[in-house]
Design a protein around this ligand. Structure first.
Ligand SMILES: [Zn+2]
Length: 93
């Protein structure tokens, strides 16, 4: 049985239509932050166990960026929201 992701714009779609693009919890350093802060931001990633928020791109659908909260152990999806609307305060974060 295919895993379905509930895109807020397209409805339930197979996960193969999406591209996972990484951790949605990263905070970009200030432009004048030191080299160590930029190195961490660009190259270092956590490998969390449990609930985790990630950027997903609906590349074979509406082409919107989404924030998907999923469990990295069970792969259960707990929530999907539009990344742009979340950033603008249109949806709860
Ligand atoms: Zn979509």
């Amino acid at each position: 049985m295919a895993s379905l992701i509930s895109c807020p714009h397209c409805g339930a779609r197979p996960k193969e239509e999406f591209s996972i693009r990484g951790d949605a919890g990263l905070i970009r350093p200030a432009p004048d932050a030191g080299a160590d802060a930029w190195f961490d931001y660009v190259y270092l990633r956590d490998n969390p166990r449990g609930r985790h928020s990630e950027f997903w791109h609906h590349s074979s659908g509406c082409r919107r960026w989404l924030i998907v909260e999923r469990d990295t152990v069970t792969h259960a999806v707990h929530g999907v929201r539009d990344a742009a609307l979340s950033k603008l305060g249109g949806e709860p974060a």
